[in-house]
Write a protein that binds this ligand. Structure first.
Ligand SMILES: NC(=O)C1=CN([C@@H]2O[C@H](COP(=O)(O)OP(=O)(O)OC[C@H]3O[C@@H](n4cnc5c(N)ncnc54)[C@H](OP(=O)(O)O)[C@@H]3O)[C@@H](O)[C@H]2O)C=CC1
Ligand SMILES: Nc1c(N[C@@H]2O[C@H](COP(=O)(O)O)[C@@H](O)[C@H]2O)[nH]c(=O)[nH]c1=O
Length: 382
């Protein structure tokens, strides 16, 4: 194993589709289709957005999945960004008993398998170069898996299941986000596989997750939970609401968002604020305008928070440097946003991911998203 610290671990998104009664499959020989076509498309997008996709040995044996990015456009888009067409494929096994004939090993790009040390040597021999095989110590250790993936440059990991693997990562407190698709039917069989097994989950009645988003995908409901984010404070809500007020000052534009941003020191002092297109500059963004008013060496920035009504941009045509990069280049380490950027001007904004990859804490306040969005109701947001 590579010896690296936990701060290089990837952001972990757990994705699962379950029936209303919490099952992720039935007991039949075929894979049960729970997702709607629209939800399968979400899964494909999430794979394309990930650096690695991980499944457990149980899923490999029962479903024999190929675990690819199906869309040629998404693969081309990855390649245009300098990435391999397919994310790294990752398998977890306790026993090391994985058949080299499984389709997993023969499609897509690079593969890596993790197993306890006792099983790893046997598996490496059996796979004979089909995948990198890495021992994680005496047990199958998910933290060691994340350390090794981080050292391989994986910034964003998608965990696709099944139930034992979901339980392993969740009970270890290693999941950042859950994308839970709920299919509109019952399986009605106690013995069918469940989303999770019994276990001690850090998220219990006293530690509730943040429901960041609900989305209708055909007949399937997508629930997006932020799992291990510290809760927002009353001061965070106050300042974000103030940023929404600031966004109302933006000169109208049918080709750009109206955004407000405020930078607040740890002691609650407002340091700077800005809004889109302020002072007659048709291209300036709110975060950029606020940052420009501060000395980059201001020592208060390191413990300050940037409140922005919209996710900082990751690509832009207006100015050369996107706001997520400006924030990364500043001393700021904490960002609170109300609203993720919809796919209107940019297909896939990665502002939050870019910030998190730089170790910046990003918190979302879903209850202020409708207000931030309402200021932009003149745009065709879909
Ligand atoms: N609806 C959905 O979104 C999805 C559904 N599924 C379904 O999930 C089911 C499979 O789930 P499940 O059987 O739980 O299998 P998993 O895919 O979770 O893999 C379980 C295996 O991983 C290894 N493992 C996991 N945790 C540990 C641990 N703590 N210590 C040692 N080894 C560990 C073991 O491998 P080994 O056996 O080699 O020792 C274990 O058998 C299938 O029916 C599949 O269709 C799967 C993915 C998504
Ligand atoms: N049935 C089911 C899922 N099943 C999972 O999808 C994976 C196989 O993908 P592929 O290689 O593309 O065929 C595998 O892990 C399988 O268990 N996923 C979902 O999002 N929704 C669903 O309804």
């Amino acid at each position: 194993m590579n010896d690296v610290s936990a701060d290089r671990r990837p952001y972990v998104v757990l994705s699962v589709a379950m029936s209303i009664d919490g099952h992720i499959d039935d007991r039949g020989p075929e894979r049960l289709l729970l997702s709607s076509p629209e939800d399968f498309d979400r899964v494909d997008q999430l794979r394309a957005d990930s650096d690695a996709v991980l499944v457990g040995a149980g899923t490999l044996r029962s479903d024999d999945p190929r675990l690819l990015v199906a869309s040629p456009e998404r693969r081309a888009e990855r390649e245009a960004r300098g990435l391999p067409a397919y994310p790294l494929k990752v398998a977890l096994t306790g026993s090391g008993d994985l058949d080299p004939a499984l389709r997993f090993w023969h499609h897509g790009g690079a593969k890596v398998a993790y197993a306890p040390d006792t099983a790893a040597a046997k598996l490496a021999e059996r796979l004979d170069g089909l995948a990198d095989v890495v021992g994680t110590g005496a047990a199958l250790d998910p933290g060691a898996v994340l350390d090794d993936l981080g050292a391989r440059g994986v910034g964003r990991l998608m965990v696709e299941g099944g139930g034992a693997v979901h339980t392993l990562f969740l009970t270890a407190g290693l999941v950042d986000e859950i994308q839970l698709a709920v299919a509109p039917f019952f399986v009605g069989d106690d013995a069918a596989p469940r989303f999770v097994l019994a276990g001690a989950f850090p998220q219990d009645p006293r530690h509730r997750m943040t429901l960041a988003e609900t989305r209708m995908l055909g007949d399937t409901a997508l629930l997006r939970y932020l799992v291990r984010r510290p809760p927002l404070t009353a001061a965070d809500r106050h300042w974000l609401a103030e940023a929404v007020e600031e966004s109302r000052r933006c000169p109208p534009s049918v080709t750009a968002y109206s955004v407000g941003a405020i930078i607040v020191a740890e002691d609650g002092t407002e340091l700077a604020r800005g809004h889109s297109r302020e002072q007659g500059d048709p291209a300036v963004h709110a975060e950029e305008a606020a940052l420009a008013k501060l000395d980059p060496a201001d020592p208060r920035l390191a413990t300050a928070t940037l409140y922005s009504t919209l996710e900082p941009c990751s690509r832009r045509s207006s100015h050369p440097v996107p706001c997520a990069q400006l924030v990364r280049a500043s001393a700021l380490r904490r960002v609170v946003i109300a609203w993720r950027e919809p796919a209107l001007f940019v297909a896939d904004c990665e502002g939050v991911e870019l910030l998190e990859q730089a170790g910046i804490t990003v918190l979302e306040c879903p209850e202020l998203a409708p207000a931030a969005r309402a200021v932009n109701s003149y745009l065709e947001l879909g």
